[in-house]
Design a protein around this ligand. Structure first.
Ligand code: SF4
Length: 684
């Protein structure tokens, strides 16, 4: 919880490649061609290989698709493309039994492999429940035998959207149900002496996905013989920045926990686009092993036979959050720049003006761009902008800026590490951030400088560089306790660090231990010039904390363009489902089961509906995760056959087999009919 340590697992072989154990975290992608179309599938596999993809998954809906894997494989191997292939199976045991002959790994979905999945709400008696487990065993055992015979490993891949009726009847559509569904299959594998397995626990809801993986590790490692590797992914993450942000948050949160041996970023785009995003997410963790020198990059170590288990993941008694169940940290509420911060208010967004205060035209233009004054209240814009004050002359420039901004000037806040400037700023702006520089003598006299009558709230920000992860918590806790004794109310705390997740967890643990409830601003600063790196790192570091209920404001400082940076902050909050600022699109990446133009449909639906703040629309290539995932969506647009679409309201199918060209219009009509429509207003 407080420092990075990778969970050591059994190593599992995928043909010439291994994962888990001491191996680097592998990046997988999946074709979206029809597997019967050999030429298109081979061409896409080649493009994925050239992009560096380490594992390629192909959908196998039926036995004839499985048969065609032979041709695909032969052509790839003839071209010296040795990338391990994975067969993705839903429903069909016959397809699985054939596919296993031509791949290095087989993925089965416990929700629909030999399990009833009619999305009924039937109750199961104990006897019926047990009978179905026996049925699963009978159906599944031949696949286990054959996988062992061919030296093929297996992923037991649970999806939140497609749990079996039996599991849902007992556990609900919950992380607990996802875990039990997977462990049932693992028990059969272990009883049969087959141990080449790994797990996945995917959901389009990032918080559910994180909780499910953590719960799986806790339960599987306690019950099963080995610690098996994990394949991580956020399913139906969507496209564009939203898809990248959600994937980075979900996968990154678990990688920070030390969990995960292979990943797939699911984007509703060309699958080749998934590869660089995957490598950008795992880079830090794979580099870490190299720097530490304790895990050989590419080394094939012996199988880890020992139980590397709960002892290394035991939770300390006072924890900063519940890793298995979302609960927002309780914070007091203050008013800042006209906004409520903390308490039950949505997290606010702060960004930093990059222009120097001395350049009055530039700083004014940038502040206006970030604040978008005059726009409707719920416009995507920075609610607070920060300027850095270095000198006396900066104070005059700040006065000038505030004068020019007029009413909007109340959203300007300032930061400084100079005590004299700090004192002067307290009556100028609505928040002053005092930067505590590591190693510098702490000025206790400053505690006398402010009280509840001053205009500004005060944020103490610890600039963390060299010291251990617990030092910011110790210093800030000391300060918070003193100020609480003085009765100071309008305080906030933050840390600027490269280890955002761990230092904030320490800080919250320290505050919790003394019942300190001042609001926290989760800060992330990066000077990375690469756009993707900025998006990924911000999402991993800040998103992880918000998914665990930590944070009352988000503050970003990156090299991104102004609008991009502001949108990124809102995307992170939306990805964590703590602040919905636009429509939530849950769209699958598409695969050989998709028989309509998925990317085109997503673009058209987004164009018509992206202003419907808070509404969730699921756009699925097929039924596999369709109705299940509809439980999490208000409306669903699901492939129902060649160029045919079915529309859903929640889990209920309300229009079947509509022609593709009419389906978007009908979806909009349905949203209107259900009174969820509002007309669009201007937005940046
Ligand atoms: S929901 Fe999408 S990605 Fe999943 S199986 Fe269906 S078409 Fe393929």
């Amino acid at each position: 919880m407080y420092q990075y340590r990778r969970r050591l697992t059994r190593e599992v072989v995928f043909g010439t490649l291994s994962l888990g154990g001491y191996q680097p975290i592998r990046v997988e992608s999946m074709t979206n061609t029809h597997t019967l179309d050999t030429a298109a599938t081979v061409a896409q596999c080649r493009r994925l290989y050239e992009a560096g993809c380490e594992i390629i998954r192909l959908t196998v809906p039926a036995e004839k698709d499985a048969e065609n894997l032979r041709n695909i494989r032969e052509q790839l191997r003839r071209d010296k493309i040795e990338t391990p292939l994975v067969a993705d199976i839903h429903f069909s045991a016959r397809a699985a039994l054939k596919a296993v002959e031509f791949v290095e790994n087989i993925r089965i979905n416990p929700g629909n492999y030999a399990n009833s999945q009619k999305f009924s709400n039937n109750d199961y008696s104990d006897e019926e429940y047990q009978k179905e487990i026996e049925h699963v065993r009978l159906e599944f055992a031949p696949l286990v035998d054959k996988a062992r015979e061919y030296g093929v490993s297996m992923r037991i891949g649970t999806n939140h959207g497609s749990l079996s009726d039996r599991i849902v009847s007992r556990y609900g559509n919950s992380p607990e149900g996802m875990v039990e569904a997977a462990i049932e299959f693992a028990r059969i594998c272990e009883e049969m002496g087959y141990h080449d397995i790994l797990f996945s626990m995917k959901s389009s809801n990032v918080r559910v996905m994180i909780q499910a993986y953590r719960l799986l590790v806790q339960q599987a490692d306690a019950e099963l013989r080995y610690a098996y590797p994990l394949h991580l992914g956020v399913t139906e993450a969507g496209d564009g920045d939203e898809g990248r942000v959600k994937s980075a948050m979900g996968i990154g949160a678990l990688l920070e926990d030390g969990l995960g041996d292979t990943i797939r970023v699911s984007l509703t785009e060309d699958p080749v686009n998934e590869v660089p995003v995957g490598f950008a997410i795992v880079k830090k963790y794979n580099d870490f092993h190299l720097v530490k020198g304790d895990r050989g990059h590419g080394a094939l170590k012996h199988v880890v036979e020992s139980r590397n288990r709960l002892s290394s993941h035991a939770l300390p008694s006072v924890t900063p959050f519940n890793p298995f169940c979302y609960q927002r940290r309780v914070a007091s509420q203050i008013s800042l720049a006209g906004f409520a911060v903390g308490g039950d208010s949505v997290p606010r967004v702060e960004t930093e003006v990059h222009a120097s205060l001395a350049d009055s035209d530039a700083v004014f233009a940038e502040a206006v761009q970030r604040l978008a004054p005059g726009k409707p209240e719920d416009t995507i814009r920075s609610e607070v902008v920060s300027v850095h004050v270095n000198s006396e002359s900066d104070l005059d420039c700040l006065d000038d800026l505030l004068g020019k901004l007029g009413e909007a000037g109340r959203s300007v806040v300032a930061s400084t590490s100079d005590l004299v400037l700090f004192s002067r700023l307290l009556d100028k702006v609505s928040k002053v951030r005092f930067d505590i520089v590591e190693g510098e003598r702490f000025e206790h006299e400053m505690l006398q400088l402010f009280d509840n009558e001053r205009l500004a709230s005060v944020e103490f920000c610890f600039l963390h560089k060299e010291t251990g992860n617990s030092i910011p918590a110790e210093i800030l806790l000391h300060l918070a306790e003193k100020l609480r004794k003085q009765g100071v109310q309008r305080l906030l705390f933050s840390v600027l660090s490269d280890n955002v997740v761990f230092v904030y967890r320490r800080l919250v643990q320290a505050f919790n231990s003394k019942s300190i409830d001042y609001p926290l601003i989760v800060r992330f600063s990066s000077d990375a010039a690469d756009r993707l790196e900025s998006v990924i790192d911000s999402s991993v570091q800040e998103g992880t904390l918000f998914c665990d209920g930590i944070g009352d404001m988000v503050a970003l400082h990156t090299t991104l363009a102004v609008d991009d940076e502001v949108k990124l902050a809102f995307n992170i909050l939306q990805g964590a489902r703590i602040r919905m600022s636009k429509t939530e699109f849950i769209s699958c990446p598409g695969c050989g089961r998709t028989y309509f133009e998925l990317e085109k449909a997503v673009a058209a639906i987004k164009q018509r509906t992206s202003h419907l703040k808070g509404l969730k629309i699921g756009i699925m290539g097929c039924i596999v995760n369709g109705p299940g995932e509809m439980a999490d969506a208000d409306f669903g647009y699901v492939g129902a056959g060649k160029n045919r679409i079915s529309l859903y309201v929640g889990r209920e199918c309300v229009a079947e087999n509509i022609a593709e060209e009419e389906a978007v219009d009908q979806l909009v009509a349905l949203i209107k009919e259900r009174e969820k429509w509002v007309d669009p207003v201007d937005a940046i």
